[in-house]
Design a protein around this ligand. Structure first.
Ligand code: SAJ
Length: 440
């Protein structure tokens, strides 16, 4: 009996003779391409950015989590290469799509990257392929946006000739304990055969694969993961506002609650919600629900609270200067830390940008320092990180700690500063007892 398409493809996946492509060689796609290549697959990265393609083919990496030595080794072995040309897909057996899913200026999902990737693949799709979408998106995207291209355009029967699944990325840039290889990977297919083939592929390269029954379950699992974080950060941010009104130390409250060994997970207040995942993914869900005439109230409320935190920080700075008989207008304010979270160089959606805008709008003279972010060019902001942070601390009327990078010498900053607004409790106990420090 001849093997059917599914069995033939699974065989090629299991003996690693299947040819693999990864579309989108960013912070998700490149680590995924590398982990497939390390498993022995011949991997081709497809990216529209010729600079990324040239860098990889020059045996260099541009992603923090992927060492250049590893790229060089895999390229030399012929296990990794890159191209801007989708026609290579003719030779491919397995394709993973790892393109961005940002928001438009309107706050609505921008699905153009997924649509462009799928349209790029369409002319070259053929029987005997498995396609997996990894981009975080609303439940239904794989079925509504990707499936029709296979069935209508390429005229392929999904579940028999070609296999389609969704598998959410769980990459946390800069993290070394949980990596692309060892982080459990959820995989859900359009049909049971799709789930089986996609799981068989991923099981060859990843430590733990969790098959689920549909693409919607897999899409929704990712949104639950990140909505969980967004809502709990919103909760603790609202708690900071409540404690501020009550005159209670929110940091002590959170630490006390965190002593509960079960049924509680610690989140800490901050100046807002930054990053490329947490502030964005949940809005894909609330947007989808609006189209079904349902308001995802938790998400919208949490988003409103998190989005308002930069304004809450502005109020703390104004009140702190006022208590020192200074107006915000004309005062020198130094923002410490611009990245969206500590010890990384990523500025995307960072609340520091909002805080700087608000301070400038109120007439403050604003400088910033961030050891990971030498310059800010965003909207009408064109700023350079002040080189001598301690001199800037000494000359500032108020220092605002927005991102608590480990690199900062907080005791020295506390000694040198006239006034500090610490939005991250970076100074800890020394900050709690100092009359120069105001905390959220
Ligand atoms: N934040 C708070 N308080 C907290 C935690 C975070 O204000 O208690 C802020 C951060 O400063 C940042 C934003 O929220 O501005 C997001 O922080 P995050 O820790 O969630 O970091 P991200 O956005 O890098 O989230 C990623 C996510 N990974 C993926 O989506 C694959 C998330 O699922 C991870 O749980 C998270 O990293 C992590 O644990 O580091």
């Amino acid at each position: 009996m001849t093997l059917d398409t599914r069995q033939t493809l699974i065989e090629k996946l299991r003996n690693h003779t299947a040819k693999v492509a990864v579309v989108g060689m960013g912070y998700v796609g490149l680590p995924l391409a590398v982990v497939f290549a390390e498993a022995g697959f011949q991997v081709t990265g497809i990216d529209l950015d010729s600079r990324k393609v040239e860098t990889l083919n020059r045996q260099e990496s541009y992603i923090l989590d992927v060492p250049t030595a590893q790229v060089a080794d895999l390229v030399k072995k012929g296990l990794l290469k890159a191209t801007t040309d989708y026609s290579v897909v003719r030779e491919m057996d397995a394709v993973s799509i790892c393109v961005p899913t940002p928001l438009r200026q309107t706050g609505d999902p921008d699905l153009s990257f997924i649509i462009n990737a799928v349209e790029g693949l369409a002319p070259y799709l053929h029987p005997g392929m498995v396609i997996v979408l990894e981009s975080s998106t609303y439940p239904g995207t794989t079925r509504e946006l990707v499936l029709p291209t296979l069935t209508d355009k390429a005229r392929l029967e999904v579940g028999k000739e070609v296999f389609l699944a969704f598998s959410p990325e769980r990459v946390d840039p800069g993290r070394t304990d949980w990596t692309t290889y060892n982080t459990p990977k959820v995989v859900g297919g359009i049909t049971p055969a799709c789930s089986e083939v996609a799981a068989a592929w991923y099981q060859q390269a990843l430590k733990t694969v969790i098959p689920v029954t549909t693409t919607e379950v897999a899409e929704m699992a990712k949104l639950l993961e990140n909505t969980f974080r967004m809502i709990n950060i919103g909760l603790v941010n609202e708690l900071a506002i409540i404690c501020d009104r009550l005159g209670v130390d929110v940091w002590e409250v959170v630490d006390a609650a965190a002593t509960k060994p079960f049924g509680f997970m610690k989140f800490t207040p901050g100046p807002g919600l930054g990053g490329h995942c947490i502030p964005i993914d949940p809005l894909y869900l609330s947007w989808k629900m609006k189209s079904l005439n349902y308001t995802a109230r938790f998400i919208e409320l949490a988003s409103e609270i998190n989005t308002n935190m930069p304004r809450f920080v502005l109020g703390k700075v104004q009140d702190a200067l006022n208590d020192h008989h200074k107006a915000l207008r004309g005062s020198r304010v130094l923002v410490l830390g611009a990245a969206y979270k500590p010890d990384i160089d990523d500025l995307r959606e960072s609340p520091a940008l909002d805080v700087i805008h608000l301070l400038l709008d109120k007439g403050a003279q604003v400088d910033y320092n961030d050891p990971y972010i030498p310059e800010i060019h965003y909207d009408e902001l064109d700023m350079v990180s002040v080189p001598d942070v301690m001199a800037a601390v000494r000359s500032a009327d108020c220092v605002v700690i927005i991102t608590n990078h480990k690199k900062y010498d907080y005791p020295a900053i506390l000694t040198a500063a006239k006034l500090v607004v610490d939005t991250r409790n970076a100074m800890g106990e020394a900050g709690r007892i100092s009359d120069k420090v105001v905390r959220l």
